[in-house]
Design a protein around this ligand. Structure first.
Ligand SMILES: [Zn+2]
Ligand SMILES: [Zn+2]
Length: 329
């Protein structure tokens, strides 16, 4: 099969011809239809995330169809449409797995990082960690839901009760979450890079009540803010924009250093927290919600072989919406 491979040396992926993997006990073989390109993939190829399984097939926003069942798999059917997220495996018995926080498992497996992912024609996945997805939808449209959508949803949950929500960085995650938030009656305030009129217009088109540069305060105090851009300097800015008791949620896996700020900005029970990974329960709640909200994803398609171009476009901020690799129809 064709696979785009990260060799651990260069951030450029190369096209390899490798054997189709065999599903082991409890696993399924999936024929990949499409795979989204996530900012975390950039952190992997740039070495911000250490110890990837090498050589690695990146990609953890996988949409495909079950091509073969490994021994003992009964919950899935051959030909069924499924999605594979970042959380590819958990131990099932550590303190975190035992307390509904499998996203923090002590010995997890991550798709496209410690487990081969979806920048390839086929992948294998632990059958317990794949989600059933709508059969009729376009695979490309569904792909960004698998991480950008899911992590955005988990970030919203952790933001607590909210009527006015700030989103810092209006890319793949924010453009999905904005639609979900609107569906729930939440007013969205979108913060972008200074002068990024295209992103601000994009946010307004998706229903944001206000859009402006992140250097500017919002027109009214927010109940919570979620930061999707990997920029630590946004944390003190976001803290200033939330009301007493408000939360600032950092939604990315990696962020530049957070500059020092006065304690007064944190005072009055404001809090800063991070979101790590996802749980299967997040997915079980999110996918029906995305469908009910009528979420439409904005995507830019690239053939599998052009994964490097997709990563470059994401790195340079040249995308409106989400990059998705098309693999098989
Ligand atoms: Zn565990
Ligand atoms: Zn991701």
């Amino acid at each position: 099969m064709r696979a785009m491979i990260f060799d651990g040396e260069s951030p450029r992926l190369s096209l390899w011809d490798i054997p189709i993997p065999e599903p082991g006990a409890g696993q399924v073989l999936i024929r990949v239809e499409a795979c989204g390109v996530c900012r975390t993939d950039l952190h992997v190829v740039d070495g911000d995330l250490t110890f990837p399984a090498l050589p690695l097939v990146p990609g953890h926003e996988i949409v495909g169809r079950v091509a073969a069942l490994g021994p003992g798999v009964e919950a899935l059917m051959q030909g069924q449409r499924v999605g594979v997220p970042w959380l590819g495996h958990t131990c099932g018995h550590c303190a975190y797995c035992g307390s509904g926080r499998e996203n923090l498992c002590d010995t997890p497996g991550f798709t496209g990082y410690t487990i081969n992912g979806g920048y390839a024609e086929y992948c294998v996945a632990d059958a317990r960690f794949v989600f059933a997805l709508p059969e009729e939808a376009d695979a490309v449209d569904l792909a960004p839901l698998l991480c950008a959508g899911l992590i955005g949803y988990r970030s919203l949950r952790l933001a607590g009760p909210v009527e006015r929500l700030g989103l810092y960085g209006f890319g793949a995650a924010a453009h999905i979450l904005c639609q979900v938030a609107r569906h729930q009656g939440i007013s969205v305030y979108a913060f972008t890079r200074d002068g990024d009129d295209a992103a601000q217009n994009f946010a307004r088109a998706l229903g944001a009540v206000w859009a402006g540069p992140s250097s500017q305060p919002p027109p009214e105090d927010l109940d919570a803010a979620i930061i999707f851009a990997p920029v630590g300097a946004l944390v003190p800015l976001a803290l200033k924009s939330v009301r007493k008791g408000g939360r600032v949620v950092c939604g990315g896996i990696h962020m530049s250093n957070i500059p020092a700020f006065p304690y007064a900005d944190l005072w009055e029970e404001r809090s800063i927290l991070s979101v790590a990974n996802l749980t299967r329960a997040d997915g079980e709640a999110f996918f029906p919600l995305a469908e009910a909200a009528g979420v439409r994803t904005e995507t830019v398609r690239y053939p599998l072989e052009q994964a490097n171009t997709a990563l470059d476009d994401l790195r340079m901020g040249r995308l409106q919406g989400a990059a998705v690799l098309t693999v098989s129809g």
